[in-house]
Design a protein around this ligand. Structure first.
Ligand SMILES: [Zn+2]
Length: 62
């Protein structure tokens, strides 16, 4: 079964799969767990705030 996770970055127009995202260490510490967390960011612009899941079941595309 093929699972597609298409992700788009609205900042730099990168498109790809969730597996293609870069992992960066999230340095924000909640002060409790001290676990190392990772953020998935766009491999193009290294930001996570502009990533959008593309609904591939929705044929509405420009
Ligand atoms: Zn980007």
């Amino acid at each position: 079964m093929l699972v597609k996770n298409d992700v788009r970055c609205n900042w730099c127009d990168w498109e790809g799969y969730e597996d293609d995202l870069d992992l960066i260490v999230d340095l924000s510490d909640d002060g409790i767990s001290h676990d190392v967390h990772y953020l998935k960011v766009c491999p193009g612009c290294k930001q996570d705030g502009y990533l959008m899941d593309i609904d591939i079941d929705n044929p509405a595309k420009n």
